[in-house]
Ligand binder design. Structure first.
Ligand code: PHE
Length: 434
């Protein structure tokens, strides 16, 4: 605790690890590889690098700056910029809860699969989601997130990241090394990374890159803002760069493990939910040591997902504490209960009940409305409020002065980021209408 009574990270590395924990999630290990594979392979890295460093990174720095400068989470921080922005901040908090509600469902499948493999009892995805077992795992992973956040910033969030992130990297490196020795390695890498530059003419590839970059870096939702509010010192650009690079390297490595495995097994690289929960498990089941490898893979994915879910839960919890004077324990319990209820339709959509809306599982719809459209809208709000309504001198004070670099930064944050987000939002809505 600082003298202001606000919790604090124990150190800058602790803060960086927690933020990497937030950034590295299901988005890196499972979503990134198939987005690359189906959007021009290696050529996709060009729009992706541009999105990460020109748009994602500046937004992350802005979030850290708002958080640290106001010493508040998103709703109260917005309120301290302009009274009337309080509700706008709350809207972002609601979006985060909605994203968390279905993110936790996927997290719970990962947990289930880790356990099945560890017990040498892999199950078929259809059979698993044809039962009510997913609900038990949904509750279990919710509890894991609840316990972590309840333990506090330093003792919960930071500590969990300190253990899980190094473990995740170690498992990932091991799995990459293993899969690169398989006979299908070269073919897998070719499928994954062989650049098809003609795809860069497709605007859909660019909006996919923007969407993926914002989602993967956990920016635009007040998560990084909240994490920044527990930070006292340190160079924000430096921290944000480390986080962004780590996030990207882990995503690229994940592809280097997945596709060689898939091609060595000689199966079709599927997209979406099937890749992680159908194709890869079937690959593991055919392999020597497949149970161990499968267990390691899903444990790694669970570590990634848990630390991301924790960062999302912290947003509403910090809001209840900052804006409504709740104690952490009560706030966590309340938010946990609310998120479990909110997540129930998504969880039920992949059980025997098959809860569907407009012919699609509720979870898929939630992913699109909240995770894609909601996320971009929240990012837009954040960049506009932070870029235009926070005093320039105040931003400069957080990012090390008002030199030419900072001036370029302000142009990015005030004009480029909002414009890109509007375009991405419009493109996504347009694509949905087709
Ligand atoms: N970045 C996480 C991932 O890649 C997801 C996430 C999004 C977490 C937004 C927090 C906030 O899976």
């Amino acid at each position: 605790m600082s003298d202001t009574g606000r919790e604090e990270w124990s150190s800058t590395p602790g803060f960086i690890l927690a933020s990497i924990g937030s950034a590295v999630g299901i988005g890196n290990i499972w979503r990134f590889p198939y987005i690359v594979g189906s959007n021009g392979g290696g050529a996709f890295l060009i729009p992706y690098l541009i999105s990460v460093f020109l748009f994602g990174l500046p937004l992350m720095v802005l979030e850290f700056a708002i958080g640290r400068s106001t010493g508040n989470s998103v709703a109260s921080a917005f309120q301290s910029l302009r009274q009337r922005f309080f509700t706008v901040g709350l809207a972002i908090v609601v979006i985060v809860c909605l994203i968390l509600s279905y993110y936790l469902v996927i997290t719970s499948w990962v947990l289930a699969y880790a356990l099945f493999f560890a017990l040498n009892r892999p199950v078929d995805f259809g059979a698993f989601t044809g039962s009510y077992l997913p609900l038990a795992f949904f509750l279990l992973s919710g509890l894991a997130v609840f316990v972590t956040v309840r333990s506090g910033v330093r003792e919960g969030i930071e500590k969990v990241a300190r253990y899980l992130i190094p473990a995740l990297v170690a498992i990932l490196l091991f799995l990459v090394a293993f899969s690169l020795t398989g006979p299908g390695a070269l073919e897998g890498i070719r499928f994954y990374l062989l650049p098809d530059y003609s795809r860069l003419a497709d605007p859909g590839v660019w909006t996919a890159a923007f969407g993926q970059a914002f989602f993967s870096l956990s920016v635009g939702m007040g998560v990084m803002l909240t994490y920044g509010s527990y930070l006292k010192r340190g160079d924000l650009f430096r921290s944000a760069s480390i986080i962004a690079v780590a996030d990207m390297v882990i995503a690229i490595l994940a592809g280097l493990m997945i596709f060689p495995l898939v091609f060595t097994a000689g199966v079709d690289p599927a997209a979406g939910v099937n890749l992680a929960f159908v194709t890869l498990p079937s690959v593991f089941m055919e392999m020597q040591f497949g149970m161990v490898l499968g267990a390691l893979f899903f444990l790694m994915l669970f570590a990634a997902a848990l630390t991301s879910a924790v960062s999302m839960l912290e947003v509403p919890v910090a809001t209840l504490m900052d804006s409504y004077g709740y104690q952490r324990r009560r706030a966590t319990l309340l938010v946990f209960a609310a998120v479990m209820l909110l997540g129930l339709p998504s969880a039920l959509s992949y059980t025997a009940l098959r809860f569907e809306i407009f012919g699609a599982p509720f979870l898929d719809l939630a992913d699109y409305t909240f995770g894609t459209i909601g996320l971009i809208a929240a990012g837009l709000i954040l960049s506009v409020v932070g870029g235009w309504y926070m005093d320039r001198t105040r931003i400069c004070a957080e990012i090390g002065g008002c030199g030419w670099q900072q001036r370029i930064y302000m142009v990015l944050i005030r004009y480029c980021v909002p414009v890109i987000l509007v375009i991405t939002l419009a493109a996504n809505l347009f694509l949905a209408a087709l």
